[in-house]
Design a protein around this ligand. Sequence first.
Ligand SMILES: Cc1cc2nc3c(=O)[nH]c(=O)nc-3n(C[C@H](O)[C@H](O)[C@H](O)COP(=O)(O)OP(=O)(O)OC[C@H]3O[C@@H](n4cnc5c(N)ncnc54)[C@H](O)[C@@H]3O)c2cc1C
Length: 443
Amino acid sequence: MSRLRIAIIGGGVSGTALAVHLLLRGAQTPDVTLIERGRRIGPGLAYGGSDQAHLLNVRANNLSISDHKPDDFSRWLSKRKGGDQSKTFAPRALYGRYVAEALQRAEGAHWFRRPLKRVRGDAVALRREGEGVEITLASGKTIPADKAVLALGNPAAIVPEPISSVEVIDAWDAAAIARVPSNSDVLLVGTGLTMVDVVLSLSKRPRSGTIYALSHRGLTPHAHADIPPAVQGTLAQSAPLSAALSELRNVARGVHERGEPWQHVVDGLRKATPTLWRGLTSEQQLRFLRHARSYWDIHRHRAAPEAAARIADLRKTGKLRILRGEVVSAGAAGRYIQIVHRQRGSMVRHRFDVANVINCTGASQNLARSRDPLVMQLLSDGLVRAHATGLGLDVNDDGGVLDARGAADTRLFALGPITQGAFWESTAVPEIRARAAALAAIL
Ligand SMILES: Cc1cc2nc3c(=O)[nH]c(=O)nc-3n(C[C@H](O)[C@H](O)[C@H](O)COP(=O)(O)OP(=O)(O)OC[C@H]3O[C@@H](n4cnc5c(N)ncnc54)[C@H](O)[C@@H]3O)c2cc1C
């Protein structure tokens, strides 16, 4: 009997974690084709850079790629750096190397047969073909498979309207960021973890210019607690949503008053979040995104203590200034870019000149604005539909993709950040790893 053929599109952490879990299925391992447009399989966008100042925002002991070996990454790290590295927030570039090596190790277990085929190429179309699917690459080559998994990851950030009239540097363009002059002011649009990365890169060299970072609310990520969380808890689903959020605040306050880190409460909720999220109506989810998202993000997506301390220091010395409000306009002014900024809650506008504007708004999962040929083809052929929140694809509990009519197709699945609207908690490694293990079992 011929083996099941599984094609994974996207060789970042999501696609690689799934491939590792499939390769760990021993005699049941199917034939896996891993398609990646980039040069390297494993690191993807998040772990593909080389800046050692960019740290993981999860401790090593929770970053194993394999659900079956929870301490795999901390052992790998301890072997290289010596000592116990389980509580370390390591450089992200190092994690990229670990992921690539973990895939090689999983492949090594199949020395008698080669179930994994790595394909370098850009998947531009996927169509149903007989009982399976056929994937077309930009080169024109086609890849047949019985089932396919979309692990497309973090799409490019969208440049916000008011700054689209000027030249904008992408936060993930390391070469362009290295060229930003250190003696001029610079504006970062967005104040989340991407901003933290860019500030750390910019301030590696002594700077005389000010770094301005702006967002509507001017909220910046909190730091991880020094003591790693000990207990995992959950919160009961309460209705309405505002009651659940108020309960969460009360529990966190109680924990804080007992002298324990509130971070434990937020982390304790992670496993339950997808169920809580899926229990909400679309209208409640949209309300959450409108009113609570920026508060959620800074409490849930926290910075490594070292990175947070550096940011606090730069703010104290005035080298980093966080602005609340919006850019009203941006235009060329000689060698500079003139920014007109309106402070939140005020009609007062003020002007300042910067040498560069850097877009730190992060990956956009808004499929309606996607220019990715594969995503556009899947949407226009009705093989997939956007989630009601507009964030990524609509999928069922198993990650099975829902088509335009809302029917699940047992041939097509999705994994990782592209399922954010469906699960809310789906973008970080611990959740990706667990979903990859479950998906490998289903496939
Ligand atoms: C800057 C940054 C830092 C992060 N840090 C952390 C962290 O410290 N800890 C944590 O838990 N999470 C972190 N995250 C969350 C992150 O989303 C996940 O950890 C993980 O990297 C997601 O992996 P992915 O494979 O889904 O996406 P990606 O890393 O974006 O990889 C997707 C891959 O798919 C390829 N691809 C896409 N479309 C196609 C196509 N049509 N054809 C062929 N190839 C294609 C891309 O080239 C890419 O390599 C971070 C995210 C970012 C953006």
